[in-house]
Every structure is written in structure tokens, then in C-alpha cells.
Design a protein around this ligand. Sequence first.
Ligand SMILES: [Zn+2]
Length: 238
Amino acid sequence: MDYFLKIVTVGNMFTNCGIVGNPETMECVVIDPGTEAGKIKKEVADSGYTPVAILLTHGHFDHIGAVNELRKEWDVEVFAGAKEVELLGDSVLNVSSQAWGACTVAPDKTLSDGDVIEAGGMFITIFEVPGHTVGSICFLFPLYGIVFSGDTLFADSIGRTDLPTGEPKVLIESLVEKLFALPDDIQVFPGHGPSTNIGYERRNNPYLKELLRDSVQYIDESDIKKRKFPFFRKKKTD
Ligand SMILES: [Zn+2]
């Protein structure tokens, strides 16, 4: 299905800000406008698409820095995970006061696991993926076959868990139960770095392999293909 996609890399953390547009409505959503509001504004204007919503994968400073300026300029609503509201509103928890300067965001709408929103005639499914932060979410565009994974999953890497509300075990659960439950050919657009796809990361992501080694002895590939839960079974001892 035809769609518009532009990744704009912003700031010294090289945050990927995603612009996804529907050619039928000529409307777009903007995901994680981390900083450089002017650059994002220009990219959206040049695209010819009208922004209708700002979507946040999580509340870290490098993903929210341009939100307040752009929401005013565009008069659009800001969507974020329901469990991320506290972090978004706390400049210590969202690390902004330790980095680029205190910044907080109050979302207009909050999202929970399994929610489906419609924006610009595009359907977007929400997955809660706690671990990098407690209220991290991913945005899946099922008709386009793309997912925005925030700082949960990267090409050949995974999100850090040493910042406030981070939890390594919970991150692994989110990857296994949510992102890796998606079909192999779903294209992944992470919050930083190059894009990848689900199948490649499920098979090759080195961090995941390492972290799973302690707790899981046996991975049933056929279960993954059938998308059954849980993916992991303890090795039969008899
Ligand atoms: Zn982050």
C-alpha cells in the first residue's frame, strides 16, 4: 500500500523523527520530534502533507524536545503511552534537566496496549513495550508493514535500561512478546540508527541472544512462526 515516509535525523543524539503520510488524505503524523523544530517543520512543509498528530514512543528528552513548539504551530494533539505520563512530566525522570535543559510534555491523549488509533486515514496499532522506560510504546502501521520501535529495538541492538524506570528483564519480555510476535517482513524504524526488520533482529540481534542465554534454554521456532505465546519453553527434562 502506498504511503509517504521520511526519517529526519535531529540533534546531537541523532534521533530519528518519522513523518508518515497517507497519499489519499495528504495528511501525516510526526513521530518523536526530538529537537530542531525548524528542520522538522521545513521537512513537513516540503512534503506537502498536513500534520494531524504528534506521536511519542517514549518520554526521553531526545524524543520530545520539539513537541511543544510544533504542537502549537500545527495545532495538533500529542499522543503518548498512558504509563509514560509521569516521566514526560518530570524533567529529572526524562533526563532533560541532565542533558539539553528541563523539558516536560503533557500529552493530549494517552494510549494503552492494543489501542488502535486513526490519524489522517491511517490506522495505527499501539504496543506497550516497557523496559527502556516504563511507558514506552511502539506504533505499528499494519497496512504499510512498518513499526516505529522507539528506543526498545535497534538494528543489531536494544535499548539501554540504566535510566530512570528502565528494567532489563522487562525489556526482554517486551521484545519477545510484542515486537518479535510480528511477522518477519515488518520493517522496523528505531529511534536512532538505521532501519531493520523483525525477522533479521529475531534471528541475529546479539544483545537479545546474550540476555536470553541465562533464562531460556530452548526457543521453539515453529511457535514463533505461528505467533503463539509464550515463545519460549523450558527444555524437556525427561
Ligand atoms: Zn530513550
